[in-house]
Design a protein around this ligand. Structure first.
Ligand SMILES: C[S@@+](CC[C@H](N)C(=O)[O-])C[C@H]1O[C@@H](n2cnc3c(N)ncnc32)[C@H](O)[C@@H]1O
Length: 291
């Protein structure tokens, strides 16, 4: 790949998906895009770039998708889901007792393991949620991962990663070598395509937002902007959950970490109040123990 073609692709990916590639990732781009070029009947990256420059929107979208990293698994990192089950959901059940509704967003949901893990946690709560309106919204930039997520069909390898055996037996049906997620869990999740670089305020506000293992691919300014916009989409007593390698600390003061709850953040209501966003912010979740 020529340096000029690499620069063109780097800029395109940054603009379209936020992917911030350093100057030495030619091998990564080649390993993902040479197979794509071949499938499109093109000899190599130079011809792929020429076709994109010629205005092929479909090919551009395919390039952006091919460069996304969709690695995920059920109950990834375990601890955030333990917090969800043991402290966050019980606290929200109390706080929302009169309105009896909960909204949870998985903001880079990949092939669905994350939103379905959330759905299984909610299912475990049992009868206490009877009569509640519970929404789990799963969004991703990539249409192909969303299609796989919607189908809810996973390989033996996929269900072996992170999913406790009791949950596999309870919520999946084996069909040949594949595992089909049962309809009651599948129907708890709504899937939509959404690019985090674009406006997402139309989704409304959420009690919990999982935004995990996607911000690591973005540069500092992009992260700051997304934290800012996420902070306007989350209830003042809601929870933001980030990935194990991600943090707001040193990047944005829109959120504050929950003490002793690694990976969990709350809206910085003090900052919002100073900015005059709300005169009467509700108390943050007591059970989670805000710092
Ligand atoms: C590594 S996966 C993380 C999946 C899941 N959240 C987890 O932690 O297991 C990252 C996902 O972010 C998606 N993604 C990348 N850029 C995005 C963007 N600009 N907007 C929305 N999703 C994006 C990718 O398509 C991919 O499915």
């Amino acid at each position: 790949m020529t340096p000029l073609d690499y620069e063109f692709l780097r800029k395109l990916l940054k603009e379209r998906s936020g992917l911030d590639l350093s100057s030495d990732k030619q091998y990564l781009v080649e390993s993902r895009l040479i197979p794509l070029a071949r499938r499109a009947g093109l000899p190599g990256i130079a011809e792929l770039v020429a076709k994109i420059k010629g205005g092929s929107d479909a090919l551009t979208a395919e390039v952006v998708e091919a460069m996304t990293t969709n690695e995920t698994f059920f109950f990834r990192d375990k601890i955030p889901f333990d917090h969800l089950r043991e402290t966050v959901l019980p606290a929200l059940l109390k706080a929302r007792a009169s309105r009896r509704s909960l909204r949870i967003w998985s903001a880079a949901s990949a092939t669905g393991q994350e939103p379905y893990s959330i759905a299984m946690c909610l299912k475990q709560m049992g009868a206490v949620l009877t009569g509640w309106r519970v929404e789990i919204v799963a969004t991703d930039l990539s249409q192909s991962v969303l299609e796989k997520a919607k189908a809810g069909i996973f390989s033996q390898f996929e269900v072996q990663r992170g999913l406790p055996i009791q949950m596999l037996v309870k919520h999946f049906t084996q069909v040949g070598e594949l595992w089909h997620l049962n309809a009651d869990i599948r129907s708890m999740v709504q899937h939509r395509q959404l690019n985090l670089l674009q406006d997402f305020s139309h989704l409304g506000t959420f009690d919990v937002i999982f935004c995990r293992n996607v911000l690591i691919y973005f540069d500092q300014d992009t992260k700051v902007g997304i934290f800012e916009r996420l902070s306007r989409m989350i209830e003042p007593d809601g929870v933001l959950v980030l990935g194990a390698a991600e943090s707001v600390v040193g990047i944005s003061d829109a959120f504050k970490p929950y003490a002793e709850r690694r990976g969990l953040y709350r809206v910085n209501t003090e900052r919002a109040a100073r900015a005059g966003v709300s005169a009467s912010m509700p108390q943050v979740l007591k059970l989670v123990g805000a710092r």
